[in-house]
Design a protein around this ligand. Structure first.
Ligand SMILES: Nc1ncnc2c1ncn2[C@@H]1O[C@H](COP(=O)(O)OP(=O)(O)OP(=O)(O)O)[C@@H](O)[C@H]1O
Length: 612
């Protein structure tokens, strides 16, 4: 019986250690510092844990746990300051070095008794260990459905897309580091007070690998993962004993093979075998939540202004001397041959790439300097990407919910105590996301994983995700790529309806016909510079545009190609004239109703946090 009590406690303790790894893995980080943090917490707690209850009421173990978690969290924060920007294997190596440093430091201290180890009072029972594990699992369960949990998942799936939704990636990565440190501290204190004896060598590289394997085998995309991993791997030696196979190499071998199998065939770990609840991705009706969104800037308000903006990469001048202005309710097109600098320009506008020349402001945020993409996004700019950047393992609705990050509040604390307002807020966010998913025609596919959607659907999903941010300026980078004629036409209608709602749209697209029919104004780039700008008709008539697309001065060009292109351009002028005439007649019909639906005459929307 005693043996089983011990096994049960070890399962719980290993589960807690695995949760500490899980806490960083859910944000896409690989940290091996956890055992170092755990031993730091365990040994320092020996200095403060009293023999009797503190003030006569607080049990010594609680004092140790609170202290150990604080030490773990604080040490993780200090470690995070220099390493938080490292990625992948570099972060793993830096954190492993930290764990080794801690081990060597503790071995050389007299108060830890060095390698001989230190005795601890036995304060942890199996029940206490399982209660601690349940509390930790509860935290991660409630976190997974909150805005914070979604932000972690988004960072894990695609950092650039996450930051473009307004998520401060560095801050969240640090938060996950600190949470992981606190959980590691909890593990360290409980481990020492269960085994009654610990020496710094027990918190070695091998222990770090064990914890990591447990977390990864269990699964890193669902909160039950670490528990599964722990039950499975801790029970292995017991199974061995029951079967009478007593060889030390079996457990490491099996866990190694399992790790390999999980990485190759089961990216979600053992927990990934549990079917996901469809209800988590069910559409929610909620016209009131959509109606309660803040008003967009009044039509015609200047949202984007660029003066002489430029970007050089070493000797390569990707973009040079761009002057551009976009107002609320306007669809502004950017066209030009491959390599003209269009994507570089929108990357500067969205804060992804800092300019190297000129000035620019977007929704009150100055481009360059310390401005990052998440600040621009929070001011009201949402975007899609030339190379689709969805959160592949999340459902379509979950993707769009991340898009709604900017307009939703964090619900974690409320969710922890099951406050009804948490449900209400989550429902509101879901309603906004559902409305956008339906708007782009993907209502039926809400529960499908983004990675399983067709190419055209993925493009539409990216647009829905951007729209969920309720943006004042929507930046679309080649949204019609891979779409057929009918789909492109529908997209064009969607863009026009957004503009009618008062959204400004900056769009890059190679489908010139669609651009002429959709845009109010078009800027043409070639070799990083503006070569033409104006209404679709003006641009279509400009010979410089034809030359740019021809790729050479007319004389040198193949006459057949030149003739084809000239013909195409003539056709395009017709398309542009038709589109302009249509727009003029719609405007005339709407004249008494000057402001478009959904617009207001209020001041331009700005996020006070971002304009400080
Ligand atoms: N990170 C980089 N380092 C060096 N050069 C770059 C970088 N990014 C872009 N460039 C260069 O800047 C120029 C403009 O590229 P950009 O991708 O902005 O063009 P584009 O108009 O979007 O092209 P496409 O239509 O093919 O997407 C190209 O010559 C490209 O090689």
């Amino acid at each position: 019986m005693q043996e089983y009590a011990s096994l049960l406690t070890f399962i719980a303790l290993t589960g807690i250690l695995a949760f500490s790894f899980y806490a960083v893995l859910i944000a896409g980080q690989l940290s091996l510092a956890q055992v170092g943090l755990a031993s730091l917490a365990a040994f320092t707690s020996s200095l403060v844990v009293p023999a009797d209850p503190l003030f006569g009421v607080i049990p010594p173990l609680i004092v140790g746990i609170v202290f150990g978690m604080a030490v773990g969290g604080l040490a993780a924060f200090v470690l995070g300051l220099p390493v938080i920007r490292l990625r992948g294997v570099f972060l793993a190596i830096a954190t492993l070095a930290f764990a080794e440093m801690v081990r060597i430091f503790l071995i050389n201290q007299s108060w830890t008794n060095g390698a001989q180890g230190l005795s601890f009072p036995k304060l942890v029972t199996p029940a206490i260990a399982w209660i601690a594990l349940a509390v930790v699992a509860y935290w991660f369960w409630r976190m997974s459905g909150s805005r914070m949990g979604r932000a972690f998942a988004a960072i894990r799936e695609d950092e650039l897309a996450a930051t473009s939704m307004g998520i401060n990636v560095t801050r969240y990565r640090m938060t996950s580091f600190v949470i992981a440190g606190a959980v590691a501290g909890l593990y360290g204190v409980m481990f020492a007070h269960f085994t009654r004896f610990a020496d710094p060598n027990e918190f070695s590289f091998q222990a770090a690998v064990d914890g990591l394997v447990t977390a990864v085998v269990g699964g890193t995309t669902m909160f039950l993962g670490p528990l599964f991993g722990s039950v499975f791997l801790s029970a292995l030696p017991e199974l061995q004993r029951t079967l009478g196979i007593d060889a030390g190499w079996i457990r490491p071998t099996i866990s190694g093979v399992l790790l390999l199998l999980v990485i190759l065939f089961l990216p979600g770990g053992l927990a990934g075998l549990i079917p996901r609840r469809k209800s988590a991705s069910r559409l929610v009706e909620g016209a009131d939540a959509v109606a309660a969104l803040p008003p967009l800037p009044a039509r015609g308000t200047g949202l984007l202004e660029l003066h002489g903006l430029g970007k050089s990469y070493g000797g390569v001048r990707a973009v040079h001397g761009i002057d551009l202005a976009v107002a609320a309710g306007e669809v502004h097109g950017l066209i030009g041959p491959n390599g003209a600098g269009k994507t570089t320009l929108v990357n500067m506008v969205t804060g992804v790439t800092p300019p190297t020349a000129g000035t620019g402001t977007v929704l009150g945020v100055t481009l360059g300097g310390r401005t990052r993409a998440h600040r621009v996004a929070r001011a009201g700019v949402a975007r899609t990407f030339q190379q689709i950047k969805l959160f592949g393992r999340l459902s379509a609705l979950e993707n769009v919910l991340v898009g709604a990050y900017r307009i939703t509040d964090d619900t974690l604390l409320r969710r922890l105590v099951f406050l009804p307002s948490a449900r209400r807020k989550e429902r509101g966010a879901r309603a906004v996301a559902s409305a956008q998913l339906v708007r782009v025609g993907l209502g039926e596919k809400a529960a499908t994983a983004a990675g399983d959607l067709s190419y055209g659907d993925q493009r539409r999903l990216e647009i829905a995700r951007a729209l969920a941010a309720h943006p004042s300026l929507l930046v679309l980078d080649e949204p019609a790529a891979g779409m057929n004629h009918v789909e492109a036409e529908r997209l064009s209608e969607l863009i026009r309806s957004l503009a009618a709602d008062g959204v400004a749209v900056l769009i890059i697209e190679h489908n010139v016909r669609m651009m002429l029919a959709t845009c109010d104004r078009i800027t043409v780039l070639n070799f990083g510079e503006v070569i033409a700008a104006g209404t679709p008709t003006e641009v279509a008539r400009d010979p410089k545009v034809l030359e740019a697309y021809l790729g050479s001065e007319g004389d040198d060009a193949d006459p057949a190609v030149a003739e084809d292109l000239a013909e195409a351009m003539e056709e395009l002028v017709e398309v542009a004239e038709e589109a302009e005439a249509e727009a003029a007649s719609v405007e005339a019909a709407n004249t008494p109703n000057t402001a478009g639906a959904g617009t207001t005459d209020g001041p331009a929307e700005q996020n006070p946090e971002e304009t400080r």
